[in-house]
Design a protein. Structure first.
Length: 733
């Protein structure tokens, strides 16, 4: 350490899937370098993004002052204004829209951003609630299908074991799960590697030969996107026919298995869900399906870790419910080394005992007291997201465009974007842009001139987590992570909480008077099990000691009479009466395979013969870090395409190609690789939308090509899409 230099411990959580310890060196008020955990095991070591965070803080394109639009909306032309003027404009527009159209005309589009306790959209939601209410969406872009399946099957979202329990598994199946790239909670890969070293067999099921497969897999099973449920049905068939199911477990802890058995054996519809049937659908060889089924049923305990990517499909709820049914059939639920096959990543707090306390003032949104019901909304959903919202997350563009004509509660006039990048992260971006054009006023809280910021009328610059205080959670194993303020905010950037306090004061709301960041955080932390807050700040991490791995549903399995499952029946619901009452063919009461639209049997495949899937890449966390040069050098934004598909189109590695369908066109580099199966192409999600004057997105964002449709349970769909790819001649590019 240099003379005059100090080290501050803090925790990173930039929606990258982890919560890692950072050791930030500061000299003369400026960050000099960032290191990571080198202390007690298991060390909570940061990925490339955390270690490069200094470059993000001091990025030359960072927004440091309030900005007001002066050019055409979307052109990115702004002028600097003072905070006084910015808050005046923000407050005046809120009041104008509310008084002219009603509070419902104010729509907030928010997401997690940095996944922390205080600095986010919540303070602004409270302000708008005090003013009469506002509209927002419900549901999560990432894993709503998984949430639906967990609530319907188990009645709770706390379905996952701590990652250290992977060391007790004899078999681990990673299905559409790539923690080597996406982190999937700090140290997930560390535990997986240790499990492999112990001799645990690891199988990866994925259309792509991911880095996780390369590092861990004893066997990689490529699978046609959207057909995962078919393979799981065939696995169930093998288990039933070979008498490999745990009848005692099913009889004691579940309801409805007989209905599922009849479906799998073809007694319901006359179609047996055999491995041959599944092979024709999924391209997974029948022998592979048979072997996988027998391994999962006999090599116990076995952990089926279900990634959320395969759930972000047309009928993704069925994939998740089928996986949970397989876990029940094999008796792997509630036992160490097993898995309930819930979502592989949560972001909602995977442990029921991790608390963050509440943020005062306590106030609810008046417009959510009697919201218009979503047809397939599960009652238990309300417990995990305050308020139900008025619009599904995947239908925001539709709502903003159509309003009352589209049977939405009102015509939306003002859009407030916080910790989100709308339209960049929306399906069918071009349609989302049309929705933006209809808004009378758009305000964004941002750090960079993202596509969301470019379309705004007012931009309020927020500071990074290194410039304010907060805390977060670790979910690989349970811990709390402090976010200590490392430096003063750059320029005139401010924290979310400070901006909210300024807005509340300007609006004459007294509920925020006297509140400080320090006071609010202390009040929130007092409701956690952390015994010494000052010691927590010094050490950066508070580990919750359990005396062993956390095993979901251990109590329910060991003592079902005292601890029933929180479902209507008190048991694991393979058959759900709640779902049956919805009377929706897309949501059968038992898990079923439903042929997806824009799959290989869709007539559209004659025009667009390639299936597009999206994935998270190492250099970004969704849209975050996109302009950080250090990270851009590590990975190019490119289309992964199999050599067989590339040769048919005269495409070589490094060529510029266009990927297109009826919804849009993107231009991108081609990466010709055998690490993706034929008939499938893949593009990293999150690239910044950058259309040219022809409407071709030169940023290479795959969301331009996605259909703005939701799954029957309200889920966001990113992996059900047909496209064609063509080489771009250099002189025509």
């Amino acid at each position: 350490m240099e003379q005059g230099e100090r080290v501050v411990l803090t925790t990173c959580n930039s929606h990258c899937g982890g919560a890692c310890l950072l050791k930030v060196s500061v000299k003369d008020g400026r960050i000099t370098h960032i290191e990571t955990d080198d202390g007690e095991e298991p060390q909570l070591r940061a990925c490339l993004k955390g270690r490069a965070y200094r470059m993000r803080v001091y990025a030359p394109d960072r927004l440091l002052y309030p900005l007001k639009r002066v050019g055409e909306r979307g052109a990115g032309e702004f002028t600097r204004i003072s905070w006084v003027e910015a808050i005046d404009i923000f407050a005046d527009e809120i009041i104008r829209i509310r008084d002219t159209y009603g509070p419902a005309a104010i729509f907030m589009k928010s997401s997690a951003g940095d996944i922390v306790a205080l600095h986010g959209a919540t303070p602004f939601m409270k302000i708008l609630s005090l003013l009469g209410g506002f509209s927002k969406h419900w549901g999560f872009n990432s894993f709503e299908q998984g949430i639906f399946a967990e609530l319907a099957t188990f009645g709770t979202l706390y379905t996952r074991h701590s990652r250290d329990d992977l060391l007790n598994a004899r078999l681990i199946i990673l299905w559409a799960c790539d923690p080597a790239t996406t982190v999937h909670d700090t140290n997930t890969m560390w535990y997986l590697l240790r499990a492999k070293e112990k001799g645990t067999k690891v199988i990866v099921v994925d259309p792509r030969f991911t880095d996780t497969a390369a590092l861990l897999a004893h066997r990689w099973i490529p699978i046609v996107p959207g057909t995962d449920t078919a393979v799981m049905m065939a696995m169930a068939y093998v288990m039933i026919e070979d008498n490999l199911i745990d009848e005692k477990f099913l009889g004691t802890y579940t309801v409805g298995f007989d209905y599922f058995r009849d479906y799998v054996l073809g007694k319901e519809d006359g179609l047996r869900k055999t491995p041959d049937w599944a092979e024709a659908i999924s391209s997974v060889p029948r022998e592979t399906i048979v072997t996988l089924a027998r391994e999962y049923a006999t090599e116990k305990p076995a952990a089926l870790i279900c990634g959320i990517a395969a759930g972000r499909t047309a009928y993704g709820e069925q994939y998740h419910r089928a996986a949970m049914t397989l876990a029940a059939m094999t008796g792997n639920i509630g036992v160490s080394g097993g898995s309930a096959a819930g979502r592989s990543w949560t972001a909602l707090g995977m442990y029921p005992f991790l608390k963050k306390g509440s943020f005062l003032p306590e106030v609810t949104n008046p417009l959510e007291e009697n919201p218009p019901p979503f047809k397939n909304f599960l009652a238990q959903r309300k417990k995990y997201q305050r308020g139900t919202g008025m619009v599904s997350a995947g239908k925001v563009s539709d709502a903003l465009l159509k309003g009352k004509e589209g049977c939405y509660p009102t015509d939306y006039k003002m859009l407030i974007i916080i910790n989100a990048c709308y339209p960049n992260q929306s399906p069918d971006i071009n349609r989302a842009v049309e929705a933006l054009k209809k808004m009378e006023f758009i305000v964004s809280l941002e750090q960079f001139m993202t596509p969301a910021a470019r379309w705004s009328d007012l931009i309020l610059p927020t500071c990074t987590f290194l410039e304010r205080n907060d805390f977060t959670f670790g979910e690989s194993v349970p811990y709390y992570g402090i976010q200590n303020k490392v430096i003063e905010p750059l320029g005139e950037s401010k924290s979310h909480f400070d901006i909210a306090c300024l807005l509340a004061k300007r609006l004459g709301l007294h509920a925020f008077e006297g509140l400080t960041e320090e006071g609010v955080l202390k009040a929130m932390l007092r409701e956690t099990p952390i015994p010494d807050i000052e010691d927590f700040k010094k050490k950066g991490i508070y580990r919750v000691e359990l005396g062993g791995p956390y095993v979901a549903f251990k109590k329910e399995i060991e003592d079902p009479h005292r601890y029933p499952f929180p479902t209507p029946s008190g048991k694991i619901e393979i058959y759900s009466a709640q779902i049956a009452a919805m009377d929706d063919p897309g949501l059968p009461p038992i898990p079923k395979y439903i042929e997806p639209w824009e799959g290989r049997k869709d007539e559209l495949i004659k025009k667009y013969p390639l299936q597009l899937i999206t994935f998270q890449c190492r250099r970004r966390a969704h849209t975050q870090f996109e302009t950080v040069d250090w990270l851009r050098e590590t990975q190019k934004q490119s289309l992964q395409i199999n050599p067989l598909d590339a040769r048919r189109r005269n495409i070589a590695d490094g060529d510029i190609v266009r990927v297109f369908n009826d919804r849009g066109v993107i231009q991108i580099l081609a990466s010709v690789t055998e690490r993706i199966m034929p008939g499938v192409v893949a593009v990293p999600a999150g690239a910044w939308y950058n259309p040219d004057n022809r409407g071709i997105d030169l940023g290479g964002n795959p969301n331009c090509l996605l259909k703005s449709e939701i799954s029957p349970g309200g889920g966001f769909i990113t992996n059900t899409c047909l496209v064609e790819v063509e080489k771009v001649e250099v002189n025509k590019a």
